[in-house]
Design a protein. Structure first.
Length: 381
């Protein structure tokens, strides 16, 4: 019987063809010089050229920063902030997946408030102030992280082998233009890893200790959409309904976990990625069924609901939930062993220990120690 608050600061424009409205949104901020933040993979799709053209036709000056790497580093955030200040930009536009969107979120904070992006993370985090000066518009091109609406930015600190998470409602973009057509060029293996990330957001936030009636409904809808459409999106990437539904699931799950947070899968995945550079969604997909097995006893009722939504079978039991998710992950080609994604045995203790640093652990329905995590990792090695 928790009390709760819901807050969706991002203005979301969802639908096929919404990209065409971008110049109007840029102009609504009276912006004249835009820094477009993206990655080299997207440069090859032709999308960035057409967005540049769209903006130039509307009289907006655009520079492109296309060097965001997957799981972007803290250094990249600073490079983008510098570039933005050098060009005397007046609006940040992120086009890409979580990596590009998070980089722009981080760069905005650094450009506005100075200091190092690490300063805004952890227990002694510098507060992030409401921002009225640098608008951020995002165009997600993967259906995965929910970063288009979330209060989080995740950055890789390779030096310290950790992921730095910055959390504040003031990180959320001003505008998210979610045009599912932009996800049609995502290759199948990335559709798979980003799509299973959506499912992990939905399941983890659903069983979170901070779940509330509103986030639960969003999470249930996201589970249903992923269960019904992820395989189609992976195997028939041109399928409009599948892409539309996955984009919707990503958004719903993002709004849900803004308020109800995540859990052990994300705590361990951050450490796995920190140690072995495993792409976020791959680490998540590999870990999720095992963490669900671990968590089952803490909320049988909710895991039963997950089973029933995913299977469409009203007699499904809670034990079916991890089985169904493992089957989905296998069907779409998510690796099943840590050793297959570059994790070595000597990393396991460190990963287990570092998982304990994650704030997401607080929201996991079943408490976990480093020893519990080590046992779970052994099972997946
Ligand atoms: P990503 O942004 O790293 O993109 C993965 C790859 O997909 C890139 O190579 C990119 O070029 C390619 N790609 C993207 N869109 C494409 C398209 N339309 N066509 C062809 N190729 C395309 O992947 P992601 O999974 O979206 O983001 C992962 C990052 O997001 C990680 O750093 C993770 O920690 C972070 N994350 C953030 C949040 C949050 O709330 N901010 C939540 C979860 C994860």
């Amino acid at each position: 019987m928790n009390s709760f608050q819901m807050f969706i600061p991002t203005n979301v424009h969802f639908g096929e063809g919404k990209l065409e409205e971008l110049p109007d949104h840029v102009k609504s901020f009276q912006a004249e010089r835009v820094l477009l933040v993206t990655d080299s993979g997207l440069m090859t799709t032709g999308l960035i050229d057409s967005i540049e053209q769209l903006l130039r036709n509307a009289g907006v000056e655009v520079e492109v920063y296309a060097d965001v790497e997957p799981d972007p580093s803290v250094e990249t955030v600073h490079k983008v902030a510098e570039r933005f200040s050098d060009m005397r930009g007046d609006l940040l536009l992120a086009v890409g997946g979580g990596s590009s969107m998070d980089t722009a979120k981080g760069a905005r904070i650094v450009a506005l408030q100075g200091g190092h992006i690490r300063d805004y993370s952890g227990l002694q985090a510098k507060p992030i102030r409401p921002n009225r000066n640098i608008p951020l518009i995002v165009l997600p091109t993967t259906a995965g992280t929910g970063s288009e609406v979330t209060f989080f930015g995740v950055f890789s600190d390779w030096e310290n082998k950790v992921k730095v998470t910055v959390t504040s409602p003031f990180l959320a973009p001003n505008i998210a233009i979610v045009d599912p057509a932009l996800t049609r060029t995502v290759p199948s293996h990335i559709t798979a890893s980003t799509g299973i990330d959506v499912l992990a957001h939905a399941v983890e936030t659903y069983v979170s200790r901070a779940a509330n009636p509103f986030s639960e409904k969003l999470a249930e809808s996201a589970v249903a959409l992923v269960g019904e459409h992820l395989r189609t999106a992976v195997f028939y990437g041109e399928n409009r309904l599948a892409r539309y539904s996955m984009a919707q699931a990503s958004l719903l799950a993002g709004v849900a976990f803004n308020h109800s947070f995540l859990g052990l899968t994300h705590a361990i995945a951050a450490a796995v990625s920190g140690y072995a550079h495993v792409p976020h969604g791959v680490a998540i997909g590999l870990l999720l069924p095992a963490v669900m097995d671990y968590n089952l006893r803490a909320n049988r009722t909710k895991f039963r609901v997950v089973s029933r939504i995913l299977s469409g079978d009203s007699a499904a039991t809670e034990q079916d939930a991890p089985v169904l998710v493992r089957q989905l992950a296998m069907d779409i080609g998510i690796p099943q062993h840590l050793r297959d994604v570059g994790v070595t045995e000597d990393m396991l203790d460190g990963i287990a220990k570092d998982s304990m640093q994650s704030v997401q652990l607080r929201f996991n329905p079943r408490p976990a120690t480093a020893l519990d995590v080590r046992a779970l990792l052994d099972g997946l090695y």
